[in-house]
Design a protein around this ligand. Structure first.
Ligand SMILES: [Ca+2]
Ligand SMILES: [Ca+2]
Length: 85
């Protein structure tokens, strides 16, 4: 009987946590944690529907920090997202 009581309490606690987590958006990007694939998006970065920072030219440098937003595909880039020459 005591075991059932303990299991019931644990279940209620877990359910409470799960419910609460649905409304948390730790990085404030507008995408709740439970559907956010990138939970540490830098402040001010624009994100896609998965909560990941946009990188329109896919060079690995997110648009927030990318000083060259139209880097040709396959180009290697520096920390600013500009092609290495
Ligand atoms: Ca988020
Ligand atoms: Ca770039």
């Amino acid at each position: 009987m005591k075991t059932i009581y303990i299991v019931a309490i644990i279940s209620i606690l877990l359910a409470g946590c799960a419910q609460e987590n649905l409304n948390i958006d730790s990085d404030n990007d507008g995408i709740y944690n439970h559907i956010d694939a990138c939970k540490n998006t830098p402040k001010l970065a624009k994100v896609d529907e998965h909560g990941c920072a946009l990188d329109l030219d896919n060079d690995g440098v997110i648009d927030l920090y990318d000083k060259c937003k139209n880097t040709p595909a396959l180009d290697k880039v520096n920390a600013n997202g500009c092609s290495l020459k």
